[in-house]
Design a protein around this ligand. Structure first.
Ligand SMILES: [Zn+2]
Ligand SMILES: [Zn+2]
Length: 120
């Protein structure tokens, strides 16, 4: 538990894209987290380079994994269903003021996916 005034001291929610944020997220390795054909999913997680909170990403060759809708923003897919580019955003669970703004700190980007995957 922390006794500082959490919400007021956090960065404001801001969707202005930071190119260096996208570059950093793109560098995190994708880890195979679900391999049960026909569904294969990869994830990555780490400390958001903007707000410093934990964030995670799940992407799949299918839009639904474990009942959760993921990868809603596919723009182009390979023949095997794996998207070439995915839309990612900070999903930290810390409230960035104003609290009603949305999930995470607002950072988001399109990053390469299929070309960045490890071999199965
Ligand atoms: Zn955050
Ligand atoms: Zn963040």
């Amino acid at each position: 538990m922390s006794n500082h005034d959490s919400s007021a001291s956090e960065l404001p929610f801001d969707e202005t894209p930071l190119p260096e944020w996208a570059d950093e997220i793109a560098k995190w390795p994708w880890v195979l987290i679900h391999k049960n054909p026909p569904i294969i999913a990869w994830g990555k997680e780490g400390t958001c380079p903007h707000c410093g909170h934990h964030m995670s990403i799940i992407e799949s060759n299918r839009p639904i994994v474990h009942g959760l809708e993921v990868s809603r923003f596919y723009e182009a897919r390979r023949n095997d269903g794996i998207p070439e580019i995915v839309y990612v955003w900070c999903n930290c669970d810390v409230a960035h003021p104003p609290e009603a703004a949305g999930e995470g700190c607002g950072q988001h980007a399109r990053i390469p996916f299929s070309s960045a995957l490890p071999n199965l």
